[in-house]
Design a protein around this ligand. Structure first.
Ligand SMILES: *Cc1c(COP(=O)(O)O)cnc(C)c1O
Length: 807
């Protein structure tokens, strides 16, 4: 490790923090004070490291990566930074001398939920890799005052409580008053022809301040530090002095509230477009502040923006920050007097875009009028981009109005953000091979015909240091002993673990590590009144609740086993614990009904002493990064059962795989590549593939025919009417057979049901053979070699950002 601080120095710094902030010594400090003093100590070390790293970036005139995302699901910082700085053990020792447990201090930290799920977690994993690989990188997002809601289940119904992560989380944020900038909304645009050409003026706008807060993320065993810059809105200029002076305090204060509303709360819908005007404000607020910040940083180092695209890569993670395209155009045109073609060229060469979903309800389409009213200048630029692009298309496809209409940015009064992103970017990528193929063949096929080279694919990855080394220290230790420690910086080394396929001692250790992790998790949950048997097989589905992810299919499978057990209580099956963890968007009724079903099914089984010895259902409240870190190492079976063609990649699948779980899943997202990595003998694939799903839709899917022709499905679906724990689930029964719009079972649970049951039975049979099972587990750990975020980032730098590889 490069960090060469001594134990004595460390002890001195922590003491000085306690003294300076609280005026106390180590014997007087409570946990919270000690935690904060440790955090401040880490910050001091990180700042020094960052200063050195900045110097190096400047000297090398390196191209910088700016990663824009409305969500970063960062998780806790203390443990991650201590681990990455290589000083966790030293901290532990120093604290033990003062009778503090490092683990207890970790629990003091709130888990900042500044994201919904996979998208935001991916962004955070990428920050870890960028820092570790020593690329000069900044993430940009919003400093939401309230992150994703805390979930509470009351009688099966999800309740949402505010996530108050500040002021507790504040210790990690460094307010940068030197970098405050201004963002303008509303007003109108005036255009005047002058001798210098067209002059555009934005008048009568409302202006607010954007204040940056920096969060540092240390690279692991490297000189790199990444910065996540989070913007907060602050209203000063619009403070209505008139009202204030005339004693109308209420009015004066309301104005202030409105500006600060912008970063009040994260929108809690995952994979679903929320067309609210406040959401649009959030998006523009983020991109305007960010682009201004990037430009001013560039001009501090270089004379002009002429070399902007050579020195800057701006990445748009999903379409949420798409307005950075017209915003960068605006600044180049209006503030630096670039011509339209030159500005467009710079933008296109600088920006790249990752698509994260093909679900139509998730595609962002803003009403033209909303953008026109709220962002008049941006609207004018989008219109200009649309017109010039359509003109090009007319030349290429004379008379093909349908095609041109499909490819336009603006159509039928709506602005289509995905089209804006494709047209304004140098590169577009999907997040797994299958997903990228679907983009080329379907969603963006028109563009693919015009510019095939623009489209590429980078399969997602995970920060394996967080998800393996930190959260599963026992497995980490076994790997260190078997294959050495190089895998921490080079996940490809994990492949070497295959050599131990026949090593009984290693296989037995894998089994006892898994058991230890199950016990650890069960003990943690016991505090919250949740009981589970660590001797049973842990079957885990942990992810946002969404119809396409098919938690319902999982529940139907459990009901089927339950009914079998009712019929034949002596059925010989291994004890099974089905663990669910999932938040539903607050307004997503179907998703909440599925939670209710799982919860009452769990309660129903809990009341039946003979059944609960064999199967048990546990719904874990409030899934977040911290819970994932203790749950996923305890998983033996990873449920990845989305309808094929719908899950863009998934990363939960990778996290469980690297911790030795076996996957039961469909050929969807990155499951396809997991299958490629471990082979069909080490994975349980079932159900239709994406093409078969397409075909079935075309043929006409009738859920009711499965209901009428399959006895088991008939029984399982019928059981919903009578329900569980005294609650009927008529609504789900109807959802499966009739549906709201006459399409029963829109995610085809019934079509894949029989195959799911059959393959799950095979899985249980394999579980009876521990040696075989542990061999499969080992092959999954080794096969995870290709799913590190480090690998994803190397691909981005090469294929997308055009940055020379550093390592
Ligand atoms: C990894 C992760 C996800 C993504 O899970 P998927 O199964 O890929 O949808 C969501 N939430 C949290 C807290 C995670 O850590």
């Amino acid at each position: 490790m490069e960090n060469n601080i001594t134990k004595e120095e460390l002890s001195t710094i922590i003491r000085s923090k306690l003294s300076r902030h609280y005026g106390i010594s180590t014997t007087e400090a409570d946990r919270a004070q000690m935690y904060k003093s440790c955090a401040r100590t880490v910050l001091e070390l990180l700042s020094e490291k960052r200063t050195k790293f900045n110097q190096k970036i400047k000297e090398n005139e390196s191209k910088k990566i700016y990663y824009l995302c409305m969500e970063f699901l960062v998780g806790r910082s203390l443990k991650n930074n201590l681990y990455n700085l290589g000083i966790e053990e030293m901290f532990r020792e120093v604290l033990e001398e003062w009778n503090f447990e490092l683990e207890d201090l970790y629990q003091e930290e709130p888990d900042p939920g500044l994201g919904n799920g996979g998208l935001g977690r991916l962004a955070s994993c990428f920050m870890d890799s960028l820092a570790t690989l020593e690329y000069p990188a900044m993430g940009y997002s919003i400093c939401y005052e309230y992150g994703l809601f805390k979930q509470k289940i009351v009688d099966g119904w999800q309740m949402e409580l505010p996530d108050i992560w500040l002021p507790g989380g504040h210790v990690w944020l460094n307010q940068r008053n030197d970098l405050v900038c201004h963002v303008r909304f509303n007003g109108h645009v005036e255009e005047n022809w002058t001798d210098e050409g067209l002059e555009v003026k934005h008048l009568n706008y409302d202006e607010i301040e954007a204040v940056p807060y920096d969060l540092m993320i240390s690279g692991a065993d490297s000189e790199g530090v990444a910065i996540l810059r989070l913007w907060r809105a602050r209203d000063l200029n619009n403070f209505d002095m008139g009202s204030f002076a005339s004693g109308d305090y209420d009015r004066a204060m309301t104005e202030k509230m409105n500006a600060e509303l912008i970063c009040k709360v994260l929108y809690p819908s995952d994979n679903h477009f929320e067309g609210k005007s406040l959401r649009l404000k959030q998006q523009y607020f983020l991109v305007s502040a960010t682009i201004q910040d990037i430009i001013s940083e560039h001009l501090q180092q270089y004379e002009s923006l002429d070399n902007f695209s050579a020195k800057v890569a701006i990445h748009v993670n999903d379409t949420h920050p798409a307005l950075c395209i017209p915003e960068l155009m605006r600044i180049l045109l209006d503030e630096y007097q670039y011509s339209w073609p030159k500005a467009y060229q710079i933008v296109k060469q600088t920006v790249s875009y990752t698509n994260h979903t093909v679900l139509s309800e998730a595609l962002e389409k803003w009403p033209e009028d909303l953008i026109k009213g709220q962002l008049p200048r941006i609207y004018g630029i989008i219109k200009g981009l649309n017109e010039s692009y359509c003109q090009e298309l007319w030349k290429r496809y004379p008379g093909d109005w349908d095609k041109i209409e499909r490819m336009a940015i603006i159509s039928h009064g709506q602005i289509r953000m995905a089209n804006l992103c494709v047209i304004g970017s140098s590169r577009v990528n999907g997040v797994s091979k299958l997903h990228s193929d679907i983009l080329k063949k379907q969603v963006f096929s028109d563009y693919y015909q015009v510019e095939a080279k623009k489209f590429t694919s980078v399969t997602n990855g995970i920060a394996h240091r967080r998800w393996l080394c930190q959260s599963n220290p026992l497995l980490g230790k076994l790997l260190d002993e078997c294959i050495g420690t190089r895998y921490k910086k080079d996940a490809r080394q994990l492949g070497k673990f295959r050599v131990f396929y026949e090593d009984n001692s290693v296989l037995e250790q894998l089994q006892s590590i898994k058991l230890a992790n199950k016990i650890r998790f069960a003990n943690r949950m016991h505090k919250y009144g949740v009981t589970m048997d660590p001797e049973s097989i842990f079957v885990v589905q942990a992810k946002r609740l969404h119809e396409y992810k098919r938690q319902l299919l999982n529940a139907l499978r459990i009901i089927s086993i339950y009914l079998d057990l009712k019929e034949n209580p002596n059925l010989n099956i291994p004890p099974q614990t089905f663990l669910f963890a999932a938040k539903a968007a607050p307004g997503y009724y179907t998703a909440k009904e599925v939670i209710r079903l799982i919860w009452h099914l769990s309660a129903h089984i809990e009341k039946d002493a003979t059944i609960r010895e064999k199967i048990r259902v546990v719904f874990l409240e409030n899934y977040d990064v911290t819970m994932a870190e203790s749950l996923l190492p305890a998983a033996e079976v990873s449920e990845q059962i989305s309808l094929a063609g719908k899950e863009a990649s998934g990363t939960g699948n990778m996290k469980m795989m690297i911790n030795g779980a076996l996957t039961i899943g469909t050929m969807d997202g990155a499951n396809v590549e997991i299958h490629e990595a471990v082979g069909k003998e080490n994975m349980f694939i079932f159900g239709m593939n994406a093409e078969e799903v397409e075909r079935k839709w075309k043929e006409g899917y009738a859920a009711s025919s499965y209901y009428h022709n399959n006895e088991k499905i008939h029984k399982v679906v019928n059981s919903l009417r009578q329900g569980f724990n005294g609650e009927s689930f008529e609504s789900i029964y109807r959802y499966l057979l009739v549906g709201d719009y006459g399409i029963g079972d829109p995610y085809m649970c019934l079509a894949d049901f029989q195959d799911y049951l059959g393959v799950y039975q095979q899985l249980l049979d394999e579980y009876n053979d521990p040696i075989k099972w542990n061999q499969m587990s080992l092959m999954n750990i080794a096969g995870a070699e290709r799913f590190a975020a480090d690998r994803s980032i190397q691909e981005y730098t090469k294929q997308i950002w055009n940055i020379p590889t550093l390592i």
